[in-house]
Ligand binder design. Structure first.
Ligand SMILES: [Fe+2]
Ligand SMILES: [Fe+2]
Length: 227
């Protein structure tokens, strides 16, 4: 792991510590008389962590840029993972052949996007951090809601790509974000057409089959959808 990344992570941890200390102080707020020492300690921890995180920023120099790129790519990776799981889960559980085939196709593209992002993150010395399993469990839903959910996911992905394209200048990054953006625009276009076709459908889809992701992507820190 590169130095910049470790320093950036420490900065994040310090910020999180300061936030936790403030939260704990708020929770104890009503017990001022009971725990004055604890309140005092939490106050010291919080302000020290805040100061230290600001100071860490001074030492990062150029490194902060690399760390911020990794963080941004990890945010994108979470959206792609959500897409991989949602599309494939829905494809596994839906009876309509046409929708199954579309969702499978979209899901396969999201896997390619996740691979691209994992490679970029590693190249920058970071660690890919996909979304956690609990986000993927879903209650029964209508086909209309299902398509709406996919449209929202695509919109989020396009917005992130555009945000990145406005900030980053590295050819490798802009090529990847540009490619992903075009794919997501295609997905949105197709989904809108599908939406028009199925929006009156009241069919309920029960999610009762699990989706097991391909072994060759990095699902290491991740738990496949189970139950
Ligand atoms: Fe994608
Ligand atoms: Fe997509």
């Amino acid at each position: 792991m590169k130095k910049d990344i470790v320093l950036g992570e420490i900065k994040d941890l310090l910020e999180a510590l300061a936030e936790k200390a403030d939260k704990a102080k708020d929770l104890l707020g009503g017990d001022k008389l009971k725990d004055p020492d604890l309140l005092d300690l939490l106050g010291k921890i919080g302000s020290r962590a805040k100061d230290d995180s600001v100071r860490m920023g001074d030492f990062q120099g150029e490194g902060i840029a690399t760390y911020d790129v990794v963080k941004f790519l990890n945010t994108m990776l979470k959206v792609e993972y959500q897409g991989i799981f949602d599309y494939n889960l829905h494809a596994e559980n839906i009876h309509d052949e046409y929708l199954r085939e579309r969702f499978r196709k979209f899901g396969a593209t999201e896997i390619e996007h996740a691979r691209m992002l994992c490679q970029l993150i590693r190249k920058l010395g970071g660690t890919p951090k996909p979304s956690s399993g609990h986000l993927r469990r879903q209650t029964p839903t209508t086909i209309k809601e299902m398509i709406e959910r996919h449209l929202e996911g695509e919109k989020k992905a396009i917005e992130l790509c555009e945000k990145g394209l406005n900030v980053f200048t590295s050819p490798e990054l802009t090529w990847a974000l540009g490619t992903i953006r075009l794919d997501e625009i295609d997905h949105s276009r197709e989904l809108n057409a599908i939406y028009d076709q199925y929006r009156l459908s009241t069919d309920i889809v029960e999610i009762n089959k699990k989706y097991v992701p391909p072994k060759d992507i990095d699902f290491d820190s991740d738990e496949p959808w189970v139950e």
